[in-house]
Design a protein around this ligand. Structure first.
Ligand code: LLP
Length: 410
C-alpha cells in the first residue's frame, strides 16, 4: 500500500506530503487496508480450525484494535492494560488470551471477571495465584501452560523467548508435571498448551521443531488422561525489512505445523503481531537541520529514539525513503534525532540524496513496536498517529502537548 504516484510517495491514495501538511510531523501513518489484508491472510490460512489473536503489544492504538476486532480478530494480551483496551473496543472476551510471566493479582481478577478465553500460565506460583483468586470470586479459570520448548531461532537475542535460560514459560522437562498439578486444582480448567519462541523469525524450521516438541507433550498428556482442546503456536513470523529478506507466509507456516499435529479436532491459536501491523505503518519525519562533516553527513530529524526505539535497541534496519522523488546526488548519511545520546539514530550509513531543510523522509515498516514502544524521554510529547483508508485520513492519536507531560505529576 506504499506506492509512488508520479513524484509523490503515498500510503494507499494519500500523498505523504499532504499528511505532513495536515497533521504535522513526526507522525506514524498506517494503511488500514494493509493490515486488514495481512490479517485476512492469516484467517484464510487457518480457516475454521481456530483463532487468530492479534498480539496487541505490537500496536495497541485503539482505532487499530477496533478495526481488527470488527473483522473478527482475537487478542493476545500481556497486561491488564491491554485487556482493558481490547474490551473497550469490543473484542470478544472468548477470543482473548493472556500471557506474561508477571501477572498481578489485580490483573488476574480483572481477566477472570471479564471471562477471557484463557490464561497462558508461566509458572506454578502463578497457577496457585490464579486458582486462589478464582476460588475467592467463585469462577473457574481456564488455562494453558506456556511451555519453553528450548528452541533457539535466528533472531536478535533480546527477542528470543523459547530458549533454555530465558524467563519464559514452564521448563520443557517439567511440562507434564505441571499439568498433573493443575489437574488437581479445584478452580482450574485445563484447556490447552502454548509456546512462543521469539520474534522476527524468517525460517520455518524452528517453529516446526518447537511444534514437534509440543506434540510430544500433548501425546504424553493424553497417556495421563489429559486431553487438550487448543494448541497455541504463538506469534513470531518475521517480515521483510530489507529487500534480500524473504518471509514465509502464514499459509507456509500453518501447513508445516498442521502436518505435525495431525489430529483434526484440535483447535489452533496463532498470535501474530509484527506480521499483521509492521508493514502497514511508517514513521513520517522532517529534516530539521543538516550537518556535513569530514567523517559523514547527518540529517537531523524531528523524530528520535524515544519515538522509534528499534534501531538503537536491536540495531534494527528500517528503510528510509524521501517522500518526493528527487534526482540529487546521494551521499552516505546518518539519520539521527534530537536526543542527547549517540545511540539516538534512525538509520546509519544510508545512501540518501542531499535533502533540504524541511523536507520529509519515511521510515518504513515501523507499524509494529514503533509507537507502542515510544516514550517521552527528553520531555518529548508522544507523536500523532494517522490512519489512511483509500483516499481518506483520520487522526487516531492526537499529538501530545507540553502540558500533557505534566498530567500526572504533582
Ligand atoms: N505472543 C507472545 C507471547 C509474545 O510475547 C509476542 C511478542 C507475540 C505473540 C507476537 O510476536 P510477533 O508476531 O510480533 O513477532 N519489541 C520487539 C519485539 C518483541 C516481541 C515480544 N513478544 C521488536 O521491536 O522487535
Amino acid at each position: 500500500m506504499l506506492n509512488f504516484k508520479n513524484e509523490d510517495l503515498c500510503v494507499e491514495q494519500v500523498k505523504l506530503s499532504d499528511i505532513a501538511k495536515k497533521y504535522g510531523t513526526s507522525t506514524y501513518v498506517y494503511s488500514r487496508n494493509q493490515f486488514i489484508s495481512n490479517f485476512e491472510n492469516y484467517k484464510k490460512a487457518l480457516g475454521c480450525r481456530g483463532i487468530v489473536c492479534f498480539a496487541c503489544k505490537a500496536n495497541s492504538n485503539r482505532a487499530i484494535l477496533k478495526v481488527l476486532a470488527d473483522i473478527g480478530a482475537g487478542a493476545d494480551t500481556t497486561s491488564g492494560g491491554e485487556i482493558y483496551r481490547c474490551l473497550k473496543v469490543n473484542f470478544d472476551p472468548s477470543k482473548i488470551v493472556y500471557a506474561g510471566v508477571g501477572k498481578t493479582s489485580e490483573e488476574i481478577e480483572y481477566a477472570l471477571k471479564n471471562k477471557i478465553l484463557m490464561f497462558n500460565v508461566e509458572s506454578l506460583e502463578e497457577l496457585d495465584a490464579i486458582d486462589k483468586i478464582a476460588s475467592r470470586i467463585k469462577v473457574k479459570a481456564k488455562i494453558a501452560f506456556r511451555i519453553n520448548p528450548y528452541v533457539d531461532p535466528d533472531t536478535h537475542s533480546y527477542i528470543v523467548t523459547g530458549k533454555k535460560g530465558t524467563k519464559f514459560g514452564i521448563p520443557y522437562e517439567d511440562a507434564v508435571k505441571a499439568y498433573l498439578v493443575a489437574k488437581k486444582k479445584k478452580n482450574i480448567v485445563i484447556l490447552g498448551i502454548h509456546s512462543h519462541i521469539g520474534s522476527q523469525i524468517l525460517d520455518i524450521e524452528p517453529f516446526k521443531i518447537a511444534a514437534q516438541k509440543i506434540k510430544k507433550i500433548v501425546d504424553d498428556l493424553e497417556k495421563n488422561g489429559i486431553r487438550l482442546e487448543y494448541i497455541n503456536c504463538g506469534g513470531g513470523l518475521g517480515i521483510e525489512y530489507t529487500k534480500d529478506q524473504k518471509a514465509p507466509s502464514p499459509e507456509d507456516l500453518m501447513s508445516e505445523l498442521f502436518s505435525v499435529f495431525d489430529d483434526k479436532d484440535k483447535k489452533f491459536i496463532f498470535e501474530p503481531g509484527r506480521s499483521i501491523i509492521a508493514n502497514a505503518g511508517h514513521l513520517l519525519v522532517k529534516v530539521i537541520y543538516r550537518k556535513f562533516t569530514d567523517e559523514k553527513n547527518f540529517l537531523i530529524t524531528d523524530a528520535g529514539m524515544n519515538d522509534l526505539m528499534r534501531p538503537t535497541l536491536y540495531k534494527a534496519y528500517h528503510e528510509i525513503i524521501p517522500i518526493k522523488k528527487i534526482n540529487a546526488r546521494k551521499v552516505k548519511t546518518d539519520v539521527v534525532g534530537p536526543i542527547c545520546e549517540s545511540g539516538d539514530f534512525i538509520g546509519k550509513d544510508r545512501m540518501l540524496p542531499v535533502l533540504a531543510q524541511g523536507e520529509c523522509v519515511l521510515v518504513t515498516c515501523t507499524g509494529a513496536y514503533g509507537a507502542a514502544m515510544s516514550s517521552e524521554y527528553n520531555s518529548r510529547p508522544l507523536l500523532a498517529e494517522v490512519l489512511v483508508n483509500g483516499n481518506k485520513t483520520s487522526l487516531i492519536r492526537k499529538r501530545a502537548k507540553w502540558e500533557d507531560l505534566l498530567l500526572n505529576e504533582e
